[in-house]
Design a protein around this ligand. Structure first.
Ligand code: UDP
Length: 328
């Protein structure tokens, strides 16, 4: 059993990982400023509402707990918003991460798992993407994460911090057993928007039908949030066992087009997805698929979900629970 600090643990991936950590017997405390996340996602009695840039509150908090490691999720995640408000993204994501790294250094915590993103690659030259591919973010969001990866690399070399950075592809799905799922405000992600289109009858806009892919729509590597959580556990436990720092792609290695996601949703729900093909969304590469062999080989990770319908089904189960609670 290890004592783990989870920043951003009220968010989608952070809350799933927190529940998985507890289920595995670790002690978990969550830091979140609730600017995006939801208190109801956090396991009972474990939430501390603190912003990472509030160094004195962070110091007071760290002085009263002794952590073996940190899993750092807290960040803004909307690519489009980051192009409109880059300063906010660099301050919150890069600045917040640096403040956290300085604080844990002061309190002697030397193990960290970082939530990075496939957005560090920008438009890849080829797929599947390995960790050695050129790092050329095309948004402030991607750059804000890459800057933290670079900081981590240097802290590993110079100050003995050991870290794992997981570059997420497209997280999706939910864990019904924990009663949590994907809830963003505003929602920009495909699968929740597909469900919204089914519910309201308002057509979903498919962003671009003229990509150089078999059906003309973008291809992404969808990974179930529970598999992403298990990747964090594998990375954490490797670091706690004295393992070296590393950067890992977190995806299943299989790509699905937007239209394939729509078809999977129709299969799972038995309902038609109303949609219209619109213009491309700025900054969307045609195809992002992970080569995740490093994560599999080095950390012994394997996804439990390898089919898109099963992932979509778990998201639909959460959506049904959520709508039931709202009484709509
Ligand atoms: N997408 C779409 N319509 C939407 C939202 C997303 O066609 O309303 C597409 C988007 O262009 C991308 C894929 O769905 O190819 C996944 O997008 P999402 O925003 O879920 O994740 P991202 O790839 O941006 O991390």
């Amino acid at each position: 059993m290890a004592r783990i600090l989870v920043t951003g643990g009220a968010g989608y991936i952070g809350s799933h990982t927190s529940h998985h950590l507890l289920a595995r017997g670790h002690d978990v405390q969550v830091l979140d400023d609730l600017s995006k996340g939801y208190a109801h996602n956090v396991p009972e009695g474990r939430l501390h509402v603190i912003n990472l840039l509030d160094s004195s509150s962070l110091d007071r908090f760290l002085a009263t707990h002794r952590f073996d490691a940190v899993i750092h999720f807290a960040a803004f995640i909307a690519v489009g918003e980051s192009t409109r408000e880059p300063e906010r993204y660099f301050r919150n994501n890069t600045g917040g991460s640096l403040a956290l790294l300085e604080a844990i250094e002061r309190h002697g915590v030397r193990r960290l798992v970082f939530s990075s993103t496939a957005a560090v690659y920008g438009n890849p030259d080829s797929v599947p993407i390995t960790e050695e591919a050129p790092l050329r973010p095309v948004s402030p969001y991607g750059e804000s994460k890459l800057m933290t990866e670079t900081t981590l690399k240097w802290l590993d070399a110079c100050s003995g911090l050991r870290y794992a950075a997981l570059r997420y592809f497209n997280a999706c799905g939910a864990e019904a057993a924990f009663g949590i799922g994907e809830e963003h405000e505003p929602e920009t992600h495909l699968i929740p928007l597909v469900f919204r289109a089914i519910r309201t009858g308002e057509p979903l806009t498919v962003f671009g039908g003229d990509y150089p892919t078999p059906d003309g729509t973008c291809i992404r590597d969808y990974i179930h949030v529970s598999d992403l959580a298990s990747a964090h556990l594998a990375a954490l436990e490797s670091l706690l066992a004295g393992g070296a720092s590393g950067v890992y792609n977190a995806g299943t290695g299989r790509g699905y087009s937007v239209l394939e996601v729509l078809r999977a949703a129709e299969q799972v729900t038995g309902r038609k997805v109303p949609f219209a093909v619109g213009p491309r969304r700025e900054g969307d590469p045609a195809e992002l698929v992970a080569d995740s062999s490093k994560l599999r080989k080095t950390l012994g990770w394997a996804p439990r979900y390898d089919s898109l319908p099963a992932m979509v089904e778990s998201a639909w189960r959460f959506e049904s629970i959520r709508q039931g609670k709202r009484g709509t």
